[in-house]
Design a protein around this ligand. Sequence first.
Ligand code: ZN
Length: 160
Amino acid sequence: MIDMTEIGQDKVATVHYTGTLPDSGETFDSSVDRDPLTFLVGHKQMIPGFEAALMGAKVGDKVEFTLAPEDAYGEYDEEGIVSVEANMFGDITPEAGMVLMSDAGPFTVIEVEGDSVKVDFNHKLAGKTLHFSVEVVDLRDATEDEVAHGHAHGPGGHHH
Ligand code: ZN
């Protein structure tokens, strides 16, 4: 029997993907050589353009698409760069390049000048156009629990 299931709202999709930066050709993320990615469709688990490009795809389909920043990680926001006091870091000695987690989300340390630390709350892919090559490897209906929780369960999902 041919499986006519298509990616859509409340489906659980498993995909292999490779994301590259069109300008440099650099691969910024890839599931190839590791477990594929499983996600619940339509619950903001993924960046918006990623799901939109995969709508209607079936198992075995290979989809290539390019996303503008607004469909990916957003435009780069200059106001995302702020200065904080070094003592805010507690036991951590901040150094340029460190990626740390805060209540307001992850941020990158840009520069340390004495007691003043310049940090950037922009996602490292903010402001970038992204190219994705995606292969759909599995697809099923979500369970009621998954829809209620807003994420996929089982291999590649949450609480194994
Ligand atoms: Zn759950």
